[in-house]
Design a protein around this ligand. Sequence first.
Ligand SMILES: Nc1ncnc2c1ncn2[C@@H]1O[C@H](COP(=O)(O)OP(=O)(O)OP(=O)(O)O)[C@@H](O)[C@H]1O
Length: 285
Amino acid sequence: MFSVRDLRFTYPKNHVETIKGISFEIKKGEIFGFLGPSGAGKSTTQKILIKLLDRYQGSIYYDSKSLSELNESFYEDIGVSFEMPIHFSKLTAMENIEFFLKLYKNHADIEDLMKSVGLWEDRNKMVGEFSKGMKIRLNFVRAMLNNPKMLFLDEPTNGLDPANAMILKNLIKAYQKQGGTVFVTSHIMADIDQLCDRVAFIVDGQIKEIDSPRNLKIKYGKRTIKVEYNENNHTASQIFDMDGLNENGTFFKLLKEKKIETIHTGETTLEEIFIKVTGVGLNHA
Ligand SMILES: Nc1ncnc2c1ncn2[C@@H]1O[C@H](COP(=O)(O)OP(=O)(O)OP(=O)(O)O)[C@@H](O)[C@H]1O
């Protein structure tokens, strides 16, 4: 869907590059994430991809066409959500939708869309009366009004409580199931882990690693197993190497003779991997 090669960008008044030669591809139908600390260049990259910033160096292709040569029709293809919900609170949900629908030639089936987010019954309520969760769902509807082939989401769960964050993540996954492609930025490791098919680690305008969260965990995770068991009414534990486990006599003896409490693989979290790969934490500014 997108192919980005050696992208470089400097803000007009800055002397140093904000984006320092990054390359990546976003495949059709995938949820692709940019994970990085504040100031890494996530929003800047998104703004370039949605043609809000130009004068970049390098090449960007969208659906095999050079992004710089695409006209306004590009906006018929994409949906964007860069903000916490902002709606006209004195208008009903439907009035809000009708207002923004006028911006597009392509129109989604609004009844379907509103039903899919569970807001159809509330369509004639004033948005001012909506709960935070309802506003978030309405914001998602706004990004979907033109039936986009691709969604751009900047820090979508920032400031949301876990329940509302989950609502939003489920909507994003449902969109993907229907064939949509998503580019999402976040500094929240759990979002990326739960949502993304592939993730790029970005720090200081550079991509340090790109892969699926699962592959990253396999690549950087510890190949160990920790067994916790009861020993004289206390919890004891032993760590075993996963390699050669099928021939490890001590491991089998433990399973046979002790009351096992837990068995865990030595999985590394994405955050730990991020620090390992980039040398900085996700909250580093
Ligand atoms: N309009 C601008 N003019 C000059 N510099 C800017 C501008 N917008 C952003 N920057 C700088 O570019 C760098 C990258 O910013 P960007 O917003 O892309 O980071 P980010 O990874 O999205 O961070 P955050 O998670 O805080 O949004 C930062 O150093 C920021 O100060």
